[in-house]
Design a protein around this ligand. Structure first.
Ligand code: CO
Length: 210
């Protein structure tokens, strides 16, 4: 790919935006009030805005390898804090995807250097759900299920944070676990029962900031 093409594309995009709305960039520059915080995978095939059919300004986005929310990662924790406490998003989404290379790597026994501690967070998810996963004899089914369970556990990591707990009780913020099915482009809501999830962990993770 000729990198110059990107700048040609950009000029075409500007023209297109201005044709439909002459004040498009003027309005964009005024500020952001996104409704959604989207936490997804860095995978080049899994975009954020495009798969949700939304425009710039509608989602605050964080992407990393395998859509992780490690409790000690200053990057994702800062994104959650800013989106929830300052931008006041109403939805936090963790979106995983089938055929995720990060999840696959965590299921193998290869030494990947600096990626080891990152992927170990996924191995921890495997350990938490070892019985269910090991009962699946089909490798693809087990791989897909780990992708789903990883989304669920990262949603729980979101809920563990004080600012999210506060926003849930004060203004009904909701957390969602989704999967992008790369085989057909569909977005699948895992319909995680967060009420039950929260009930089961609240005594351990509740943080009363008052
Ligand atoms: Co991925």
């Amino acid at each position: 790919m000729d990198i110059k093409k990107v700048f040609d594309n950009n000029r075409t995009w500007i023209e297109k935006q201005l044709t439909t709305d002459a004040a498009y960039f003027e309005n964009l520059a005024k500020g952001q009030t996104p409704e959604i915080l989207y936490i997804g995978c860095s995978d080049s095939r899994v975009t954020a805005e495009e798969l949700m059919g939304i425009s710039p300004g509608e989602a605050f986005v964080h992407r990393n390898i395998a859509n992780m929310v490690p409790n000690t990662d200053l990057n994702v924790m800062s994104v959650i804090n800013y989106a929830v406490s300052h931008l006041k998003v109403n939805h936090v989404v963790v979106c995983g995807h089938y055929n995720c290379g990060g999840v696959k790597a965590a299921m193998e026994q290869t030494d990947l250097g600096i990626l080891n501690p990152w992927l170990r967070n996924i191995r921890d998810v495997y350990r938490l759900h070892r019985k269910e996963l090991n009962d699946l004899t089909d490798d693809t089914e087990r791989y897909n299920r780990l992708v789903e369970l990883n989304v669920q556990e990262q949603c729980i990591n979101v809920i563990k944070t004080a600012e999210v707990q506060k926003a849930i009780s004060e203004r009904g913020l909701t957390v969602h676990g989704w999967i992008f099915d790369i085989h057909n482009g569909s977005l699948v809501d895992l319909k995680i029962d967060f009420e039950t999830v929260i009930k089961n962990i609240v005594d351990i993770y509740k943080i009363d900031s008052e």
